[in-house]
Design a protein around this ligand. Structure first.
Ligand code: PLP
Length: 498
C-alpha cells in the first residue's frame, strides 16, 4: 500500500484531567483507526504540529505514538513520519467499527459469520448450579447461616495481621492438597468433633463441597458409569455427576436415612449421601443402615461420598460420628464445608480421602485451580488455631437453637393441622409435611407473594413424592422475622384451603 498523506484533520475528543495526556492521545488515535477514519497507510500528523495544535509537549506526542506502535496500530521510521499499519485485519476494523466507520472501511457491510463453537458432549451437557441471585434475607431462607452475625471485625483483625506479616512463601503458593497447617487444623477438628479417622495427609482443602463433587465426578465417573443419589436429595450432587455423562439412579430415604441401593445398582461407582442430617428431610442415618451401606459399597467396589455439610449444628442428643469413622477399608470420601459455619463466599471446604487416593485428587486439583486461595487458607487457619472458630460455633449454636425454638413454637401454635415439622435435631433448616390436598410448589409460589420463602420438597425429588412438603430455614433471620413468616405461611395455607 503506497504511503498516503492524510488530508484528514484530527478532531480528538476533549481530555479528562485524570487520564495522562499520552494515554488519552493513544486512545483517541486508536479509535480513529478502528473506526476507519484513519485508513491503512495514512500518515499521522507530525509530532510538532500535533503538539502545537493541542497545546501538548512533543514528548507526550512521541510517547503516544510509541505506545500505538508497540500495539501494532502504526509504524514509524525516524525522520520519515508515522503511518497507520497496513496489516490491521479488516475483521478487527469491522468488529470494532460499526456504523459510519465500518462502512468506510470495506465494501462488505454484512456481519461476519459467527464462530461455530464445537463443544464436547460434556460442554453441551453442563447445567448451571441454581442460584437465585442477590435478594433480601427473609423467613424462611434455607441453606444460609446468620450472615449478619458473622464476626467480621474479628476476621478482619486476623486477616490484617496475616497480611502485614505476609511472607514471600505465602505469596508464592502451596501444594495442590492445601496449606499444610490448615490441613493439620482441619484433621484435628474432624477427629475430635466428627469422629473422622484421618491424618492431615488425607485432607485436601478445596473450594467447598461442590468442588469435591466435581473432582469426584472427574476421577470416578464417565459416560458409561452410574452414580446413586438420595431422593429427595441435594441437586448439586446430581448436577456434578451428570455433567460428566454419568447416569443417575435415585435411592429412597426412610426414617433411617438412605436405603441401601438394590442389587441391580451394584455397578454404581459412586453413592452420594448426607448421613448426619439428610438433605432435605433431616433424619440421621441409623447405625445398622450405615454398616449395611459400607458392606454394599465394598461388595460393589463403589465409593461413598459422605456430605457432612452442616452437622456442626446439633440441638438434641449427641453428635453422630461420621460414617467415614466406621470404615476401615477406604470406602468413604468425607466432605465438609465452611460455607455454613463461616460464610459461603469464603469458598473453602475439605475432602478427606483414603491414603491411596490423595495423589489422584491432588493431580486433578493441580490442573484446575492449582490450589485453593492461599491467603484465605492462612487466615482461616489462624482463625481456627486461635480459638475463634470454636467460639463462633458455640455462639451460633445458641443463636440457632433459639431460632429453631421460635419456629417450632410458632408452628405448633399457628400451623397445627396444616404443616407437620420434622427433622429438628440438627442443621440450619427443617422440613415439614403438608396436610393432604396441598401442592407444595403452589404453596411456595403463594407464600412468595407474602414475602415468605419456602422450598417445595418436590424440587429436591426426581419422582413424584408420596407426600408434599416444604423446607424451612430458621438460621438466617431472627425470631421476629420467623414469627412474621409463620403467621404469613398460616394465612397462605388457610387461603389455599378455603
Ligand atoms: C447438602 C449440601 N451439600 C453441599 C453444599 C455446598 O457446599 P459448598 O458451599 O461447600 O460447595 C450445600 C450448599 O447449600 C448443601 O446444601
Amino acid at each position: 500500500v503506497p504511503k498516503r498523506i492524510t488530508a484528514y484533520t484530527l478532531a480528538l475528543p476533549p481530555r479528562d484531567s485524570e487520564t495522562p495526556a499520552y494515554l488519552w492521545l493513544c486512545a483517541a488515535l486508536r479509535a480513529e483507526i478502528l473506526e476507519g477514519r484513519l485508513g491503512p497507510g495514512a500518515r499521522l500528523p507530525a509530532t510538532r504540529d500535533l503538539a502545537a495544535e493541542y497545546g501538548l509537549s512533543r514528548g507526550t506526542i512521541v510517547a503516544g505514538y510509541a505506545q500505538l506502535e508497540a500495539e501494532g496500530y502504526v509504524r514509524g521510521s525516524t525522520g520519515s513520519g508515522t503511518y497507520v499499519s497496513d496489516t490491521i485485519p479488516d475483521d478487527l476494523l469491522r468488529v470494532r467499527g460499526g456504523g459510519r466507520g465500518a462502512r468506510s472501511v470495506g465494501e462488505d457491510a454484512a456481519a461476519p459469520r459467527r464462530a461455530r463453537h464445537r463443544l464436547s458432549a460434556a460442554g453441551r451437557r453442563v447445567e448451571p448450579f441454581p442460584d437465585a441471585g442477590p435478594r433480601a434475607t427473609r423467613a424462611f431462607r434455607a441453606n444460609e447461616p446468620a450472615l449478619d452475625l458473622f464476626p467480621a471485625a474479628l476476621w478482619a483483625q486476623v486477616a490484617g495481621r496475616r497480611l502485614r506479616r505476609v511472607s514471600t512463601e505465602l505469596l508464592r503458593g502451596c501444594p495442590a492438597e492445601g496449606y499444610p497447617p490448615l490441613r493439620e487444623a482441619v484433621a484435628d477438628y474432624l477427629r475430635a468433633a466428627r469422629g473422622v479417622r484421618c491424618t492431615a495427609e488425607q485432607v485436601l482443602i478445596l473450594s467447598g463441597v461442590q468442588e469435591a463433587l466435581d473432582l469426584t465426578s472427574r476421577l470416578f465417573l464417565d459416560g458409561a458409569s452410574r452414580a446413586c443419589v438420595e431422593d429427595p436429595g441435594y441437586w448439586g450432587a446430581a448436577l456434578a455427576f451428570s455433567s460428566v455423562g454419568a447416569r443417575i439412579s435415585t435411592v429412597r430415604v426412610d426414617d433411617e436415612g438412605m436405603m441401601v441401593p438394590p442389587r441391580r445398582l451394584s455397578a454404581a461407582r459412586v453413592v452420594y449421601l448426607t448421613p448426619a442430617h439428610q438433605f432435605p428431610l433431616g433424619m440421621t442415618m441409623s447405625l445398622p443402615r450405615r454398616l449395611a451401606l459400607l458392606d454394599w459399597a465394598h461388595a460393589s467396589d463403589a465409593v461413598i461420598f459422605e456430605d457432612d455439610y452442616d452437622s456442626e449444628y446439633r440441638y438434641r442428643g449427641h453428635p453422630i460420628p461420621a460414617l467415614q469413622g466406621l470404615d476401615e477399608r477406604g470406602l468413604v470420601l468425607f466432605a465438609g464445608s465452611f460455607s455454613k459455619v463461616l460464610f459461603p463466599s469464603l469458598r473453602l471446604g475439605y475432602l478427606v480421602v483414603p491414603p491411596d487416593l490423595v495423589e489422584r485428587f491432588a493431580a486433578a486439583v493441580s490442573i484446575g485451580t492449582r490450589h485453593a486461595p492461599l491467603m484465605e487458607q492462612a487466615i482461616l487457619c489462624d482463625f481456627i488455631v486461635e480459638g475463634h472458630f470454636g467460639r463462633h460455633l458455640r455462639r451460633m449454636r445458641e443463636v440457632y437453637a433459639g431460632r429453631l425454638g421460635a419456629l417450632l413454637e410458632g408452628a405448633h401454635r399457628e400451623l397445627a393441622g396444616l404443616l407437620e415439622i420434622i427433622g429438628v435435631e440438627a442443621g440450619l433448616q427443617v422440613a415439614g409435611w403438608l396436610a393432604d390436598g396441598f401442592d407444595d410448589a403452589a404453596v411456595a409460589r403463594a407464600a412468595a407473594r407474602r414475602r415468605v420463602e419456602v422450598v417445595p420438597l418436590s424440587a429436591y425429588s426426581r419422582r413424584r413424592m408420596r407426600r408434599q412438603g416444604l423446607q424451612l430455614g430458621f438460621a438466617a433471620v431472627d425470631e421476629g422475622e420467623i414469627g412474621r413468616g409463620i403467621t404469613e405461611l398460616a394465612r397462605t395455607l388457610e387461603a389455599i384451603r378455603r
